[in-house]
Design a protein. Structure first.
Ligand SMILES: Cc1cc2nc3c(=O)[nH]c(=O)nc-3n(C[C@H](O)[C@H](O)[C@H](O)COP(=O)(O)OP(=O)(O)OC[C@H]3O[C@@H](n4cnc5c(N)ncnc54)[C@H](O)[C@@H]3O)c2cc1C
Length: 480
């Protein structure tokens, strides 16, 4: 429980810091050298926290939140701080407290028969994948930041990643949650049930809420059988429309065994070649587009390889693809995936660009791409879209780089960010898409979303926020 104290403990006063130390211990209240906690992964937002608190268990989180509620101190929940919309960093006021969950990293239970794993929020995603594997199970959430993002952050952003096509978003992988509410009360909803029709499904409110409704402290996660056979194919093709036809063909022939289907434009790949050596292209020639596809199965590896080869032969014959390579080993598969993940770093080295994370109904992706490219070209002749993403889920990272890679690029990105985004987001809206497929709204898209959601939808969201967080102290300035 928090130490007794009245409102005389001012925000940022030594009294407040002392009260926090009494809850979590002096070593877990950081006030010096805390800049890394206050800067987001993109280095777009530079906050100034009151302090960083690192609780070790749910009771400590509850006590810290109770103290903050009593003193009107706003809190910012933080996991691995890999979020891409500035949701996990405070504002510049020096009055907001970061509650970092990283010390809460215990796996509480693995139940292979129930196919569930109960974990604390600060567990690093990759560690959870490895824990599941040691029990012969798969935890399928997989994304580029998995070595440092935490499951509480994944839940709070409803993270997507590369296997949504087969296993769904984080939302579909969570059976139960424990949450510290803005009042400091603890809701224990750690149920490992696949059926539970007992009224509102409250956990869904907190999944994807970006820490604005409460602090996730633990979760029950769904596990799956560990595949015994996997295959990776990298294919060259002429257009996004061909990629969709290819997806239909692969799904038709291989069904649920298609676990990932990633589209990469030649320009995105050329940036990897330019900036992330040593780069060895799997193909002798350049092609306009590529698809990286993973398959997984619980049966015979040779049968899976044969089915994939037959599907690729049909795709070649049907002129959906122009070339293909199959990874002959796990190491080759990893090399192909590294090439895909390196697009992120290659873009950084090329210079800043305007980032987008849109989703479009899958069938409309070719029209969206054509419309967005035409509108951007009309406004900024020679503009260079860096297009890649989880096209099997209709999710494109449609980033936009300046016509030339010059030093003026940074200035251009800063000046034109809003108008470039407006073009891309309006195009997404025209095809009934979303301006945030998986990264969330955070600080970055908080204003922008008002343009695309109806007043009815926004007012329902505001009502939920007001019901759970009437004082507005839980990650203020994010989402709404
Ligand atoms: C290289 C790279 C690749 C990426 N690839 C993908 C991808 O493929 N798919 C994808 O979806 N994302 C991707 N991301 C974005 C990011 O990794 C995800 O959003 C991730 O889920 C964030 O987890 P985190 O622990 O780092 O959360 P943080 O960045 O710390 O926080 C994110 C948000 O969640 C809130 N939050 C964090 N922990 C809690 C908690 N315990 N309770 C309540 N709220 C909390 C924060 O306040 C913030 O609003 C990528 C990022 C990078 C850097």
């Amino acid at each position: 429980m928090p130490p007794a104290g009245g409102r005389s403990t001012e925000v940022g006063s030594p009294g407040m810091i002392e009260a926090l130390r009494a809850i979590v211990g002096s070593a877990q209240v950081l006030t010096d050298d805390i800049a890394t906690y206050a800067i987001d992964a993109r280095k777009k937002y530079f906050g100034k926290p009151l302090a960083v608190v690192k609780p070790g268990n749910t009771a400590e989180v509850a006590a810290v939140v109770t103290l903050c509620a009593a003193h009107g101190v706003a809190v910012v929940p933080q996991g691995g701080n890999t979020g891409l919309v500035g949701g996990g960093v405070p504002d510049e006021s020096g009055t907001q407290l970061i509650i970092n969950l990283s010390r809460m990293n215990r796996v509480l239970e693995v139940d292979p028969q129930n196919n569930t794993m109960t974990v604390e929020a600060g567990c690093i995603l990759q560690n959870l994948q490895e824990t599941a594997a040691t029990h012969g199970r798969l935890f399928p959430l997989s994304l580029g930041a998995e070595g440092s993002c935490e499951i509480g952050g994944n839940i709070s952003t409803n993270a997507g990643g590369v296997q949504v096509l087969r296993y769904g978003n984080t939302r579909e992988l969570v059976l139960g949650l424990e949450v510290v509410l803005p009042s400091g009360q603890v809701w224990n909803g750690l149920r490992g049930l696949r059926k539970d029709n007992t009224g509102y499904d409250l956990k869904q409110l907190f999944i994807g809420a970006e820490g604005t409704l409460g602090i996730v402290t633990a979760a029950v996660l769904k596990l799956f059988p560990l595949p015994t056979a996997t295959q990776t194919a990298f294919m060259a093709l002429g257009s996004p429309a061909k990629a969709l036809d290819l997806l239909t063909l692969m799904k038709g022939r291989l069904g649920e065994r298609v676990t990932a289907f990633e589209l990469v434009s030649d320009f995105a790949l050329s940036l990897v070649e330019k900036h992330v050596p040593p780069f060895v292209s799997p193909f002798a020639e350049r092609h306009p587009w590529y698809v990286l596809c993973d398959l997984a199965d619980g049966r015979d590896a040779q049968a899976l390889a044969a089915d994939l080869e037959a599907a690729l032969a049909a795709a070649l014959e049907g002129e959906l693809i122009t070339d293909a390579v199959l990874a002959k080993s796990e190491a080759e598969s990893q090399r192909l995936w590294k090439m895909r993940e390196d697009i992120t770093w290659a873009q950084v080295r090329e210079g800043r660009n305007v980032k987008h994370d849109v989703s479009i109904p899958i069938s409309k992706i070719p029209q969206f791409h054509a419309a967005a490219h035409a509108a951007l070209e009309a406004a900024y002749p020679g503009v260079r879209p860096v297009v890649f993403g989880h096209v099997g889920d209709g999710n494109l990272h449609y980033n936009v780089a300046h016509p030339t890679a010059t030093h003026s690029e940074d200035e251009w990105v800063g000046r034109e960010w809003e108008s470039v985004s407006r073009i891309v987001h309006d195009c997404a809206a025209r095809f009934n898409g979303s301006i945030s497929a998986e990264h969330g709204l955070g600080r970055m898209k908080r204003e922008e979303i008002r343009r695309y959601k109806s007043e009815v939808e926004l007012s329902m969201m505001r009502a939920i926020k007001a019901a759970l967080d009437p004082a507005g102290l839980m990650n203020p300035g994010k989402v709404l």
